[in-house]
Design a protein around this ligand. Sequence first.
Ligand code: ADP
Ligand code: MG
Length: 261
Amino acid sequence: MLEIRRASVLYPARDKSEPVEALRNVELTIEPGEFVVALGASGCGKSTLLNLIAGFLAPSSGQIKLDGAPVTGPGQDRAVVFQKHALMPWMNVLDNLAFGLKLQGVAKEKRYKVAREFLTVLGLEGFEDSPVYMLSGGMQQRVGIGRALTADPRILLMDEPLGALDALTRERAQELILKIWEAQGKSVFLITHSVEEALFMGSKLIVMSPRPGRITHRFDLPFSRRFLAGESARDVKASPEFIAMRETILGIIFADEEKAA
Ligand code: ADP
Ligand code: MG
């Protein structure tokens, strides 16, 4: 349903800098219900790719289509979660969850009904009246994800959403996102630096490499399905298949780094 065909992005030169070929001929399809994870070193064009899908940026050449229609800008069918959440810190959890719907002109009763449903999904019951600035980083990020989901987007776009969390909170948040993904049947595009996170969460993995940014490898992944079928996250991540895959991916990334150096 989301199709990217031969998309390239060239950032023009500024004062003294050279133009940057941030993406070259990227081909990517995101099917309904697919969880695509993009992995790659800093500067390889991951955020540029997300910004193309979000419609924040137009490609220099190539095409992006959603259900056959060209993407010409941002839309409610695509919601973005950033690493640094964009919540209103002085507003409470419920008001933050309802805020996106308010901007869309949804009636008050409806938007608070939806917001309350997400309190449960996010495990934030009892915190509805707490101002967001008083919550932990992990809880704030859950509110951020919830706010993106209240708009009922077709695709959830996440740019290193868990990068600022401590290890344990991050694992819990990975599990929660997978459960939400399964329950809601959304397509997800997630960017991460963490090989383990990429392998655990994705149903499809793309590995990117810089200068110019390209997709160099693609893999189908079974691990999130195993977790959702009842295996514990620890067992999945400690399994021989997971470790073998992790070594394969690390090998690819280190080889790319050496080529670039
Ligand atoms: P990533 O998210 O993988 O770290 P980005 O997509 O942010 O990579 O950036 C890819 C490349 O494009 C980098 O070399 C970055 O410096 C450059 N870049 C990103 N945004 C701009 C911009 N607005 N203008 C010029 N160059 C940019
Ligand atoms: Mg980035």
